[in-house]
Structures are given as structure tokens and as C-alpha cells.
Design a binder for this molecule. Structure first.
Ligand SMILES: Cc1cc2nc3c(=O)[nH]c(=O)nc-3n(C[C@H](O)[C@H](O)[C@H](O)COP(=O)(O)OP(=O)(O)OC[C@H]3O[C@@H](n4cnc5c(N)ncnc54)[C@H](O)[C@@H]3O)c2cc1C
Length: 467
């Protein structure tokens, strides 16, 4: 394939995501029709709700649990993501440490390492074939400035729960032995990460909770949440505990417009690449891979030999508007295709089979939360800032302990019960978030053009946004 040939727009745009292209969108489960009494109502049908249902039912088989999903289980980010089952903290170490001390924040990092293995082992135990391969995660430094940032970051990690074997520095040659990224100066590699097929995981999880006796209601929109009840269009579910598991859709729930902003992330996937292309690229393993840019990208080699690459695209829509079907602007598709060609010239011009987008939840302080108020029975988890694939499992186990009233290592982790201020009203919210990404892209451009150090624009943007 010629590096100069531009990749056209994707053959399929939206249709939820590429991850449903092979098997089609799932048949919908019956909707709730009338009132219902349960012990726990879980609002949303993504990883967070399903893992919570899974662990609660395992611990207390007698609990009556209902999952209430507006579309179908896996319609949201859980069926659209980049398939990084990553141990990255869902937020910043310094914030968790500032509130609870460094040992507590480091304990959370260790819990994230263990969470990756937990997902892998439950998937195996439940017979969920989600193309899981744990070959770790590569953070590639493209160009000298990204390398400077990467090297500056490494010593700090040592005090943040990462031991030497948890994050390994690879020189340019060692990286090229694994994968050849154009302009790469080296990478950091962690073993604590796996590649997954998102939709296969969410579909398998939904089936697993049903086998345990949980009812998943689809086509069931919750229009209000209050203590003891989730109010749906065609009935009210009365429950001792009601857990909001809506992540990027949270702003649509009355009373939560400014709780977490829905941040868009967009992806494209190539057609399966020829053997000669893979011979040039290397990447024989299934490491998930990203760069160190401010507006960073994330990639996976799929089980059927494509490259899926994602990035921010249009970061945020005015008024926390959510575009549900996942259609992606052609300019975003082209931007991602160009980036793919820059990283892997051998794949430049490869046909793009599918483009899609989705929303993830971002709190004002860019750190995730899991919470349950025992007095009202209201709970929530999310705001995973793009690291929700593994974190939702940690949330599920933590919500299990909180609902059952158990004081455990999980309920003492620093993300439990945090109080975070809401986002600014519009138009400030839109201006701030759009401005942030304009600044990050400008900083990336200046650095790529030979600036020689991290751009002050990016530093100022970090400072102003509190990111
Ligand atoms: C394109 C993209 C790429 C990503 N890549 C990664 C990655 O590689 N690694 C990673 O760790 N994280 C990634 N993320 C983030 C991650 O996918 C999410 O954090 C995670 O899936 C959140 O799971 P959830 O169950 O909390 O929310 P969701 O999966 O979004 O589920 C929420 C559900 O609520 C439903 N819903 C909405 N409104 C209502 C209502 N009123 N009533 C009932 N139901 C409702 C929705 O239909 C949806 O199914 C990515 C996200 C996106 C969008």
C-alpha cells in the first residue's frame, strides 16, 4: 500500500460500532412493562451495571436484581471502546493522594493491576470468549519531546504503586523488535493490560448475569431516580438500592446535567491488513498501544488482523448533548487515518471499514468515583475518564461490598465516596472543553514541528482545566 494514497471515508459510519459488525446488533430483551419490586435496581446496561449485578448475585444469590437499559446492554461505551483492559488509574494519582495520602493512592493502583487479572479470570470461568490477550500496554514516545515527557514521568511512577517490573523502559531498538512505529524514540511497557473485544465482553457478561438469575430489561428508559425508586417510562422499579451506572449518559438524568460531562471519543478500523504490511509493522503480539501526545491516540491490533485507532475527534457537544448512533464526522475519520499512516507508513491508505464514536464520563476534577449512601440507598459509579473497561469491574466489586455493608480493602480505596463539584454552566463548559483540546492540538503541532520541549500551551491548559 502506498504511503501517499489517502484513505477514504469509512465504508460504515456509526451503526453503534465496528464491534457489532460481524454478528449484527443483538436482539433486544423484553422491556419492563409495569411496576416491579426488587432489592437492587441498576440503571444502565454497560460494564458497570453488569459487573455490579454479577458480584452481588455471586455473593447473595437470594437478592432480586434488575438491570434497566434504555437501548440494549452494550449500546454505550461498553460496546464501543478501544478494547484496552488497562490498569491505568481512572484519574490522577496526585488528587487521590492529596485527599487520602500516597499509600491509599498506591493501593488503588495495585487494585487496578489486580483488576485486569480479575476480568481475565472471570471471563475464562464464565466461558466468555472476548479475544482477550494479555500482552501488556505500550506507551510510545514519538519524537524527542514525547520522549522527554515519558522519561520525566518514569521516576514519579516508582512512588505511585509501580515497581520496576510494572513499568519497563524500552529503547528504540527494543521497541522495534516488537513493533515499528515511525519516529519512535522508545516506549514504556507495562504487563498489566490486555486487549479485548468490547462487545463480546459485554454480551458475555449480560448472559452470565442472566444465568445467575438477574433480569436485564432492555428498551427501558429510566426517566428519574429517587430514593427507593427508578422511574421508567412504563413502570416504576421500587428498590432498596438504586445505582446510577450511566457514565457518559449521566447528564441526561434529571439533576445530573453538570455531574460528569459526556466526552466523545472516535475510532476507525482498517480492513484486515495483508501479511506484507504486518511484516513491515511487526506487532506480532496483542499489546495495546498509544502515544504520548497531549491529544493522545489509542490503538489495538484486532484478533482478525486489523488496526483500530481512536482519539478525541469532536471532544464535546454544547449542552452535554449526546449523539447516540455513533456517526463520526468525515474530518475526524480522515484525521485518524492520517495519524495511522504517520505511525505506520505501511498501513497508510489502508481501506477504512468502519468509523464510530461514543461518550465517556468526565468529572470536573478528572477523577472517577464510586459511591453508595446507606441512608438513601442511592449509589453511582463512573467518571472513569476513558479508563472504564477495567475500572468498571473494580466498581462492581466495590458496590457489592457497599451494598452488603461490608468494610473491606475495596471500600477503603480513595475513590470511594468522593464529593466533587459540578461542571460550569454553559457556555463556559463548552468554551472550556473546546479550548482545552484546541490548546492540546496546537501544543502537539508545535512539538512535532521541532519545538524541543513540552509546549507551554499544554502546561497552561493542564493548569487551567485542573486536569
Ligand atoms: C470510543 C471509546 C473508546 C474507549 N476506549 C476505552 C479503552 O480502550 N479502555 C478503557 O478503559 N476505556 C475506554 N473507554 C471508556 C469505557 O468504554 C467506559 O468508561 C465504560 O465502558 C463505561 O461503562 P459503563 O457501564 O459505566 O457505561 P456505558 O457502557 O456507557 O453504559 C451506560 C448505559 O446506560 C444506558 N442509558 C443511557 N441513558 C439511560 C437511561 N435514561 N435509562 C436507562 N439506561 C440508559 C446507555 O444506553 C448505556 O448502555 C472508551 C470509551 C469510548 C466512547
Amino acid at each position: 500500500m502506498s504511503p501517499t494514497r489517502p484513505a477514504g471515508p469509512a465504508r460504515t459510519n456509526g451503526a453503534v460500532s465496528f464491534w457489532y459488525a460481524a454478528d449484527g446488533l443483538p436482539d433486544r430483551r423484553p422491556a419492563l412493562d409495569g411496576d416491579l419490586d426488587v432489592d437492587v435496581a441498576l440503571v444502565g446496561g454497560g460494564y458497570t451495571a453488569l459487573w455490579t449485578a454479577y458480584y452481588l448475585k455471586q455473593a447473595e444469590p437470594s437478592l432480586r436484581i434488575a438491570v434497566l437499559e434504555k437501548e440494549f446492554a452494550g449500546f454505550g461505551a461498553s460496546g464501543r471502546n478501544g478494547g484496552w483492559l488497562t490498569s491505568a488509574l481512572p484519574g490522577q494519582f496526585r488528587r487521590y493522594a492529596a485527599a487520602h495520602g500516597r499509600p491509599a493512592a498506591a493501593a488503588m493502583q495495585k487494585a487496578m493491576f489486580a483488576t485486569v487479572d480479575e476480568v481475565v479470570s472471570v471471563a475464562a470461568a464464565e466461558g466468555i470468549d472476548a479475544d482477550i490477550r494479555k500482552d501488556g500496554e505500550l506507551h510510545v514516545a514519538v519524537g524527542p519531546v514525547q520522549e522527554q515527557r515519558m522519561l520525566a514521568h518514569l521516576p514519579a511512577l516508582r512512588g505511585e504503586g509501580w515497581d520496576e517490573q510494572d513499568m519497563v523502559r524500552l529503547g528504540a531498538g527494543e521497541l522495534a523488535d516488537r513493533v515499528r512505529v515511525a519516529g519512535a524514540r522508545g516506549a514504556l511497557w507495562t504487563p498489566h493490560s490486555a486487549r479485548i473485544h468490547p462487545a463480546k465482553l459485554v454480551r458475555g457478561l449480560a448472559a452470565a448475569v442472566e444465568r445467575l438469575g438477574v433480569t436485564v430489561y432492555e428498551d427501558t428508559e429510566v426517566v428519574a431516580i429517587r430514593p427507593g425508586a427508578a422511574v421508567c417510562r412504563r413502570g416504576t422499579v421500587r428498590a432498596r438500592y438504586v445505582v446510577r451506572a450511566l457514565e457518559g449518559f449521566t447528564a441526561g438524568m434529571p439533576g445530573h446535567r453538570r455531574t460528569w460531562v459526556p466526552m466523545n471519543s472516535s475510532m476507525i478500523v482498517t480492513a484486515p491488513l495483508d501479511r506484507q504490511v504486518w511484516d513491515e509493522i511487526g506487532w506480532r503480539g496483542a499489546e495495546v498501544l498509544g502515544d504520548e501526545a497531549h491529544a493522545y491516540c489509542y490503538l489495538q491490533r484486532t484478533a482478525d488482523d486489523r488496526i483500530a485507532i481512536g482519539g478525541r475527534g469532536v471532544p464535546y457537544r454544547f449542552g452535554s448533548h449526546v449523539d447516540t448512533r455513533g456517526e463520526t464526522h468525515v474530518s475526524t475519520q480522515c484525521g485518524l487515518a492520517e495519524l495511522l499512516g504517520r505511525l505506520f507508513p505501511a498501513a497508510a491508505g489502508a481501506p477504512i471499514d468502519h468509523a464510530w464514536s461514543g461518550v465517556l464520563g468526565v468529572p470536573r476534577d478528572w477523577c472517577a468515583t464510586v459511591q453508595l449512601d446507606p441512608a438513601t440507598g442511592l449509589g453511582a459509579a463512573g467518571g472513569y475518564v476513558g479508563h472504564g473497561v477495567a475500572t468498571a469491574n473494580l466498581a462492581g466489586r466495590t458496590l457489592r461490598d457497599l451494598v452488603l455493608g461490608h468494610d473491606t480493602e475495596l471500600t477503603r480505596l480513595p475513590w470511594v465516596g468522593r464529593k466533587v463539584r459540578g461542571w460550569e454552566p454553559e457556555p463556559l463548559r463548552w468554551l472550556g472543553i473546546r479550548g482545552l483540546y484546541v490548546a492540546y492540538r496546537a501544543a502537539d503541532r508545535r512539538e512535532a514541528a521541532g519545538l524541543g520541549r513540552t509546549s507551554l500551551i499544554a502546561r497552561a491548559a493542564d493548569l487551567l482545566s485542573g486536569r
